[in-house]
Each structure stands twice: as structure tokens, then as C-alpha cells.
Design a protein around this ligand. Structure first.
Ligand code: 5GP
Length: 206
């Protein structure tokens, strides 16, 4: 059995990647890694569903115990991907989505060269600002910091294998799913299958 893949989804804050990820899980059944964070919960967020909410000392403790496959500081908080869930899922042959920022994504790329790195963006900056304001979950100051951060993040877009523009949400979800499927169909992934098929056909011909 092939191992599952790590599907890394990054994108500017406000590009709609959370909605894309939710669509991938609901419509196509992907596993989703729930990260730990030191950020305070937003209204409606539930511990263990959106994030595991941790104090800074709890988070640092998890780093010390090798509890994360990657972690990073983003704006004023820490975020990390818990190791056990991800390793169990990929060993069971299931694809796992990590919705993480760019430092974490680069870290994953080094550790898991066959991870699929996908960057979600809006078609322009105006759309990004409009979505951040409409969401209404961040103060002006935080929005400002996040847009500055987006400018920094845009420097590493070229490290991603795929760039998907989120103009229409359903199209975006289906496009990302197609990318993942096409990865699984690559001949490198099908070597064992192809070998067995050829052997069977040869045996039939004898
Ligand atoms: P937010 O505070 O808006 O939920 O997330 C802020 C940023 O942190 C987003 O870009 C999100 O993708 C990223 N993030 C969430 N979880 C993780 C994680 O486990 N690791 C890393 N490196 N980034 C994360």
C-alpha cells in the first residue's frame, strides 16, 4: 500500500484557503491536521476543532518533546503541526492536508520531498483587502500586519509546485482536488501496480 501524501496548502491571510480546505474535507474526504497555536480563539472557534489552543509554555514544551513535524511564528503567535496524527494518517495510506504558512511549508518540503505544495491566492490585492475587511475578525492593526506579511510571503511563491487563484470557491476546491489526484497518477506512484499488471499480462500470454 502506498503511503498517504502531505498536502500543504498556504496562501495569504484572506485568500480563502480555510474555505478551500473545508471544501476539500467535506466534499472529497481528506484528512485534516489540526494545528496547535498560542493565538486566542476567535468567536466560534472550538478547541480541538479549529486548533488546539495552547499557552506559550505548553507550546514550548511540545517543541522540546519533538511533538511537532514543523512549527513557526506568524505575526505575534506560534503555530505547529502535531506529529502523531500526521504520521499515523500517512502510514495508513491517507492524504493529510496541512493548512500552514510559508516557513512551515518550506520546512515540510525539506523533510517530505514528495509533499504536494499548493499556494492559494486572490486575483489581486484589492480582492485580498476586501475579503479581510469583510471577514471582520481582525482589527485594522492586525489586518495591516497580515498584508505586510503577505508581501513577505509572496517572495517564496516560486517554491510552491502549484499556484491556484481562488476566484470562484467551488472551482478552486475542484482544481486543488484534481492536482492531488494527478499526483497520485504519476508513474512513480504506480510502479508496483504497473509491474504487477505487466507480469499478469505476460503470464496470460504464455
Ligand atoms: P490564523 O491565525 O489566521 O488561523 O492563521 C495564521 C497563519 O498560520 C495562517 O497562514 C495559517 O495557515 C498558519 N498556520 C496554521 N497552523 C499552522 C501550523 O501548524 N504551522 C504553521 N507553520 N503555520 C500554521
Amino acid at each position: 500500500m502506498n503511503k498517504g501524501k502531505l498536502i500543504v496548502i498556504s496562501g495569504f491571510s484572506g485568500a480563502g484557503k480555510g474555505t478551500v480546505v473545508k471544501g476539500l474535507v467535506d466534499k472529497y474526504g481528506y484528512s485534516l491536521s489540526v494545528s496547535a497555536t498560542t493565538r486566542a480563539p476567535r468567536e466560534g472557534e472550538v478547541d480541538g476543532r479549529e486548533y488546539y489552543f495552547k499557552s506559550v509554555s505548553e507550546f514550548k514544551n511540545l517543541i522540546d518533546y519533538n511533538g511537532f513535524i514543523e512549527w513557526a511564528q506568524y505575526v505575534d503567535n506560534f503555530y505547529g503541526t502535531p506529529r502523531k496524527f500526521v504520521e499515523d494518517e500517512i502510514n495508513a495510506g491517507r492524504d493529510v492536508i496541512l493548512e500552514i504558512e510559508v516557513q512551515g511549508a518550506m520546512n515540510i518540503k525539506k523533510q517530505y520531498p514528495d509533499a504536494v505544495l499548493i499556494f492559494i491566492c486572490t486575483k489581486d490585492v484589492d480582492t485580498l483587502l476586501e475579503r479581510l475587511h469583510k471577514r471582520g475578525t481582525e482589527s485594522e492593526d492586525v489586518i495591516h500586519k497580515r498584508v505586510i506579511r503577505a508581501a513577505e510571503e509572496s517572495e517564496v511563491i516560486s517554491e510552491y509546485e502549484y499556484i491556484v487563484i481562488n476566484d470562484d470557491i467551488d472551482t478552486c476546491i475542484d482544481t486543488v482536488n484534481s492536482i492531488i489526484i494527478s499526483k497520485h497518477c504519476r508513474k512513480e506512484e504506480r510502479e508496483e501496480f504497473a509491474k504487477n499488471l505487466v507480469a499478469e499480462l505476460r503470464a496470460y500470454g504464455k
